[in-house]
Design a protein around this ligand. Structure first.
Ligand SMILES: Cc1ncc(COP(=O)(O)O)c(C=O)c1O
Length: 390
């Protein structure tokens, strides 16, 4: 008999009932150190007092009004995002997938309104992940995600990550309007796009009049040690998708865009019942007030250095289990020699949570507020997990 919850997930035999900072407490009382953060969502850890206050204060005032009316928290969060980014304007969604939907619509409408309606194609890359909607799976294009779900949304050109020749050729096609890419692939196995490649993509877009769309759903909001990952390369996109960390655990996403790129999105062209609702935006403002500060981001970078150094030691101690560490900030991946799912499961036995990804990688995405002592404890538990596999 089918379970009452549709069985689309391979769940671990764990159920958590409480969270405190970088810790999650299982129903049986065990305390797990959380290097998954709900897949890069709990950017400020669990039950951060500022987020709890922002949410409960708003919950006592007003939960929902729809976008038929002005929403002061939405305006406040949009102002903060614009102040701290390349963007001139923001649309709020409930998830990264919805942000992907709008990014695709926005790019197509841009060219339609410019009198170039044939420029509907969007270049995407192998190993990418942009969500599970029809546009999201068509954008990523992998067989694993698309098989059985056709006919797929047309208009995506899938290239191999790193194939510069194919990229230059595709970018020159008259039907191409945009390039969509994650500055650091998350689900694809923590594969950072080198800074010079992101610069090269910007140049290519400028050369051919294309829009550069960055998917910072997983790598944005302080995760890499900059507020947004593309800042490391010193270039800006035209459109950017954000979600996960911006809500700190409350479902919230956003599309940020320049005035020019967003010029087609006039009244009535897009909408969302819940997107940018008062609760989510109250939390989003509190997240931004903490993360979008030089002091906070400097700490993310310092802790990243500490964690990488300890992970190098871990790899040296377990060369049969681990191969390399990669990533940026506190978005780190350990490429495994053992099966990554075995490493994750061995971690459960040591009360540590990590997240598997493609390319036989385990993702380490702790709350950005993790302490030095918690990093040390996490490494000890990973050490014990690795030892249990050899
Ligand atoms: C890079 C990227 N884009 C889009 C998504 C989809 O976001 P959501 O699951 O919030 O719909 C994800 C989720 O993992 C992601 O990592």
């Amino acid at each position: 008999m089918i379970p009452t919850v549709l069985p689309t997930y391979n769940r671990a035999p764990l159920s958590f009932v409480k969270g405190e900072g970088a810790w999650m407490i299982e129903a049986d009382g065990r305390r797990f150190i959380d290097l998954g953060a709900g897949i890069a969502v709990n950017s400020l850890g669990h039950a951060h007092p500022a987020l709890v206050k922002a949410l409960t204060d708003q919950a006592n005032m007003l939960w929902h009004t729809s976008n038929l009316y002005g929403i002061p928290n939405q305006q406040a969060l949009a102002d903060r995002l614009v102040e701290h980014s390349f963007a001139d304007t923001v649309f709020f969604t409930n998830s990264g997938t919805e942000a992907c939907e709008l990014a695709v619509k926005m790019a197509r409408k841009f060219f339609y309104d410019k009198g170039q309606p044939e420029r509907t194609d969007i270049i995407t890359f192998s190993g990418s992940f942009h969500g599970r909607s029809s546009a999201g799976i068509a954008a990523a294009g992998s067989e694993k995600m698309t098989k059985g779900f056709g006919p797929l949304l047309p208009g995506f050109i899938h290239l191999e990550f790193g194939d510069h020749e194919a990229l230059a050729k595709a970018a020159a096609e008259p039907t191409v309007g945009a390039i969509l890419i994650e500055p650091v692939q998350g689900e694809g196995g923590i594969r950072p796009l080198p800074d010079q490649c992101l610069k090269g993509l910007r140049d290519l877009c400028d050369e051919h009049g294309l829009l550069l769309i960055l998917d910072e759903v997983q790598c944005g909001v302080g995760r890499t040690g900059k507020l947004f990952a593309h800042e490391w390369a010193g270039v800006t996109p035209d459109i950017m998708m954000v979600a996960k960390g911006i809500g700190g655990g409350f479902p919230l996403g956003a599309v940020l865009a320049t005035e020019e790129a967003a010029s087609g999105m006039t009244a009535g062209t897009h909408g969302s019942t819940y997107g940018g609702n008062p609760l989510g935006c109250a939390v989003g403002c509190a997240v931004m007030d903490i993360i979008a500060t030089p002091e906070f981001l400097a700490e993310v970078n310092r802790k990243s250095g500490l964690m990488r150094q300890k992970l190098e030691g871990l790899i040296a101690a377990h060369p049969n289990v681990f191969e390399e560490v990669r990533g940026a900030g506190l978005m780190l991946g350990l490429k495994c020699k053992a099966l990554n799912s075995d490493v994750v499961a061995a971690g459960y036995a040591q009360e540590i949570l990590t997240v598997p990804a493609a390319d036989n990688v385990i993702r380490l995405l702790p709350p950005l507020t993790i302490t030095d002592d918690e990093i040390s404890q996490a490494i000890s538990r990973l050490d014990a997990a690795a030892a249990s596999l050899t």
